[in-house]
Design a protein around this ligand. Structure first.
Ligand code: GLY
Length: 313
């Protein structure tokens, strides 16, 4: 047995990949910086990667800037419906919730499933009941709805009623808004973890589940490959099982930085998808890539702290 060498922790978060308008740039940067700081505080004191990604995602769920938790996009019925997944790279245990309407922090319920249930996934009322039975307070759906999103939905539905002939399988520019949030982390023990949380897409059909909470699509973590969190238009991402696709390529010996870019090329070329990804291996090597105009991200290592929202091209 070789000597155990503690790892240098790494924390990376994203706050969604889309054409983030100029007047929302500062709020996004503030949000991802707060999230990465929350995760880093856990790692710095020797906490687990799993705790770090949970805390980072909670910060973004609580921030109305993002399409996660309160302030999320509304579905066709004017309700917030949330999905989240969290995964531990050391044990391959995962926890996910889908289509929940009464949880402020779906990632907390996902974590409870990972820790306290033999199952991996709960949806809708069953997920809310599981959360309540495990000490998580339920809220009203109205508590998650904010005026900005009521206005956005009304405008979107009014425009759609005008009959713009949208192709169901190819989103228009105004559908390209995905502020899904996510985090990946490496702790001192050499373990990696990932978490992703979303309110999904604007005007989605009630019951529609995106990629974010599907294992291997919006989120994946395995110490022997990588931790990944994706953001973007969920249907193409889930068709490619993109987070697992990327993790597998890291396991084959490719650098996360290269794989992250390749994943975005693959998403665009194979299914005309758009989005972003953060990817981290157990050696602390990471990749951040998107094929949308912007993606909010932040990272923290022992050497550096950075945040960005760069415009591609
Ligand atoms: N990526 C978020 C969603 O499509 O639901």
């Amino acid at each position: 047995m070789g000597e155990f060498l503690p790892s240098n922790p790494v924390m990376v978060v994203h706050g969604g990949a889309w054409d983030i308008p100029d007047d929302m740039v500062e709020a996004h940067l503030r949000g991802v910086r707060s999230a990465v700081a929350a995760g880093w505080r856990v790692l710095e004191r020797g906490g687990s990667a799993l705790d770090a990604v949970e805390e980072a995602v909670v910060v973004m769920e609580d921030d109305e800037t993002f399409d996660a938790g309160r302030g999320s996009f509304l579905n066709r019925d004017g309700k917030v419906q949330l999905d989240a997944f969290i995964m531990d790279g050391a044990t391959l245990r995962g926890g996910g919730v889908g289509c929940v309407e009464r949880l402020r922090n779906p990632v907390r319920a996902a974590r409870k499933i990972l820790s306290d249930s033999p199952h991996v996934y709960f949806v809708a009322e069953g997920a809310e009941r599981f959360a309540a039975e495990h000490g998580i307070a339920l809220c009203r759906n109205e508590d998650l709805v904010i005026p900005r999103e009521v206005k956005r939905l009304r405008e979107y539905q009014a425009q759609a009623a005008g009959g713009d002939g949208n192709d169901l399988f190819a989103p228009t520019e105004d559908m390209l808004s995905h502020d899904t949030v996510g985090a990946v982390a490496l702790d001192r023990g050499g373990n990696i973890a990932a978490a992703t949380s979303t309110g999904g897409t604007l005007n989605k059909a009630p019951g529609r589940l995106g990629d974010s909470s599907l294992i291997g699509c919006g989120c994946y973590a395995d110490n022997s490959s990588a931790a990944a969190s994706t953001t973007g238009w969920g249907e193409p991402i889930m068709k490619l099982v993109l987070a697992k696709w990327a993790a597998d390529r890291v396991e084959s010996g490719n650098l996360p930085e290269w794989v992250a870019k390749e994943a975005m090329n693959y998403l665009k070329q194979r299914v005309n998808g758009h989005g972003g990804i953060i990817l981290l291996d157990a050696q602390g090597r990471f990749g951040i890539a998107h094929n949308t105009p912007r993606m909010a991200w932040a990272l923290h290592t022992a050497q550096k702290q950075e945040a960005g929202i760069q415009r591609n091209g």
